[in-house]
Design a protein around this ligand. Structure first.
Ligand code: SF4
Length: 580
């Protein structure tokens, strides 16, 4: 990957494409690349939907190689949801393809002078951009079909749905999966709205005629990759739990721990959890047959294979196997215990291009306001359809939980820096509460997944209900995560890497064998720290302070059943997280 593709959407005479060498960004990938470019080139006080913001899409450092698990992609910008820096990470095929085509980043900048929509084609001959207003308000599914009909059956897409075109703060960027379906999303922070503001509906990628990137030391790389894969296969989470049930294996685990946010974070256990658990989902999928009976990878080279397919009652494809976070957001958090209804909403979210976490949290806030009853699945489906249509109600909901809470006068709104909390109540998993409060991203479980150590006892054992040890745990995880997000590796490798020193070493050897480097664990830590420092500096320049590193006050006042705990980590301790 030796070049950056820049598309100036605001150039006189129409969008202008140029390809540049990497320059000062050489050696970066994934989150290190997206946050590096945004921190350097985007004025922190700019309007997120204005011409000065940039949308950066970057494959990981190892993407495009045959390294296992290396196909994650990072999307970065100033977030319309949080007002701070954003990197949102996704699976899907485009990362591997962009890596093979040699692109370390795509940067969309400027703003079109006319209100038009554009499509971009990238192949081995370069990149082209064309105006195409026939794509206006197409859902991601129809859009991908249209692009396949136009550019060939093997192309993959990076796209936005109607929510991105309407510049909603919950809008995602979709990436096609192995089956060329738009099921993988950079969901968080409204990155889809920024792509919409740039007027780019879809980036079509065709990697025909390219080959996998070649490692600097093929023998070392091959041996290390083999060892790394063996390590992933022998760990109980990456070798058994995730492949068998997908991420939804967590529903029963988190519910039993009393940390399952139910009906807008009002209690920690959901009486309907077993009806929407991963085990029940797997039984349903097996009974309905087809591809749904086995999990598979969301991109080429995944060996954990936590993804899958969900068929409706008539055996027709409906959506991908619904992820834990989505099952929770549209399920327990809204009091809904119907997997088919949750899968329908997942399909709508993917088609409209919406973050499922933000939308589930938003609908729960609307339910608390009395817009609909908790547990009313049909009402939830109808509300998401309003978002897709862009009605007034839909535009309120499509801008997320914080906006919805303000419009309807709700006090209990579970957001940090304007972004909704995911599927772990911070009172019963205090380590994840520290991450929600202090990550540069707004409430985000993936930024430092303390659930692993608090609940699953991976990488140590820190009591989830007590404040002691949580700051150090979250700090270390945030640092390591920033580094992993830069490699292009799926974050789920962390279970095996944290528990098994030989798997961590194998990962280092994969990186070193590929890059011809001699990185140590300390170098990886330093990479993570440097990414976090840049992100935090951007947020400070955007006007944030330590006062933004806090949970909403009700988490410190309202005790959560069944453990009757409040969030107890002090403000002074939270202020120590970035002290490195
Ligand atoms: S483990 Fe799951 S999320 Fe990660 S790359 Fe594989 S299928 Fe995608």
């Amino acid at each position: 990957m030796d070049k950056i593709l820049r598309i100036n959407m605001g150039a006189d005479g129409g969008p202008e494409i140029k390809t540049e060498p990497l320059g000062e960004y050489a050696g970066l990938g994934g989150r290190a690349m997206t946050s590096g470019i945004v921190a350097k080139e985007v004025p922190p006080l700019c309007h997120p939907l204005g011409e000065d913001n940039k949308l950066v899409i970057a494959p990981g450092m190892l993407s495009g190689s045959v390294a296992a698990m290396s196909g994650r992609i990072s999307v970065g910008c100033k977030s319309p949801l949080t007002g701070g820096i954003k990197e949102s990470n996704s699976g899907g095929q485009p990362s591997q393809m962009l890596g093979r085509l040699g692109y370390a980043a795509i940067v969309l900048e400027g703003k079109p002078k006319e209100k038009s929509l554009y499509k971009v084609l990238i192949n081995k001959d370069g990149a082209q951009i064309k105006e195409d207003n026939s794509l206006c308000m197409l859902g991601n599914y129809d859009l991908v079909d249209k692009m396949k009909a136009e550019y060939g059956e093997k192309v993959h897409c990076i796209s936005i749905g109607p929510a991105g075109e309407m510049k909603m703060a919950a809008a995602s960027v979709a990436f096609t999966d192995m089956e060329q379906r738009p099921t993988r999303h950079a969901g968080r922070g409204g990155v889809g709205a920024v792509m919409g503001a740039k007027g780019v509906k879809v980036i079509v990628i065709d990697d025909a005629g390219t080959a996998a990137r070649v490692p600097a030391d093929p023998e070392k790389f091959k041996a290390a990759n083999k060892e790394f894969v063996a390590g992933l296969r022998k760990h109980p989470v990456t070798g058994e739990g995730l492949p068998a049930y997908g991420t939804n294996v967590l529903t029963n685990v988190i519910n039993e721990a009393g940390a399952y946010p139910t009906r807008n974070f009002s209690t920690g256990q959901f009486e309907g959890a077993s009806k929407i658990s991963g085990e029940t989902q797997a039984e349903l999928e097996n009974a309905r047959g087809g591809e749904g009976s086995a999990t598979h990878g969301c991109h080429r080279g995944c060996v954990i294979r936590c993804s899958g397919t969900f068929y409706d009652k008539n055996g027709r494809f409906l959506t991908k196997q619904v992820e834990y976070e989505t099952v929770w957001a549209h399920g327990g958090n809204c009091g809904i215990d119907d997997l088919d209804a949750i899968a329908q909403i997942d399909r709508l979210d993917d088609d409209f291009g919406l973050d499922t976490i933000e939308m589930g949290a938003t609908i729960a806030v609307a339910m608390e306001a009395g817009v609909a009853e908790f547990g009313d699945a049909q009402a939830a489906i109808n509300l998401v359809k309003e978002v897709g249509k862009g009605t007034t109600m839909g535009k309120i909901l499509g801008n997320g939980a914080a906006v919805t809470g303000r419009v309807f006068g709700v006090e209990r709104v579970p957001v940090v820096k304007g972004q909704s909390m995911p599927a772990y109540d911070p009172r019963a998993v205090q380590g994840i509460g520290v991450t929600y409060a202090t990550t540069t991203m707004g409430a985000d479980h993936t930024a430092g997944y303390a659930v692993a150590t608090n609940i699953m006892k991976v990488g140590g054992d820190v009591d989830p209900l007590k404040p002691e040890g949580q700051v150090e745990l979250s700090r270390n995880l945030q640092i390591v995560t920033a580094a992993v997000d830069s490699t292009g590796m799926c974050l789920f490798i962390a279970f095996a890497v944290m528990d098994q020193p030989d798997t961590f070493q194998a990962l280092l050897d994969v990186i070193n064998g590929f890059a011809g480097a001699n990185l140590t664990g300390d170098d990886v830590t330093e990479l993570g720290k440097s990414v976090l420092r840049k992100e935090r500096d951007f947020n400070l320049r955007a006007g944030m302070s330590n006062k933004d590193d806090r949970l909403p006050a009700y988490f410190m006042k309202e005790a959560l059943a069944p453990h009757n705990v409040t969030f107890e980590v002090t403000d002074e301790d939270l202020d120590q997280v970035h002290n490195f």
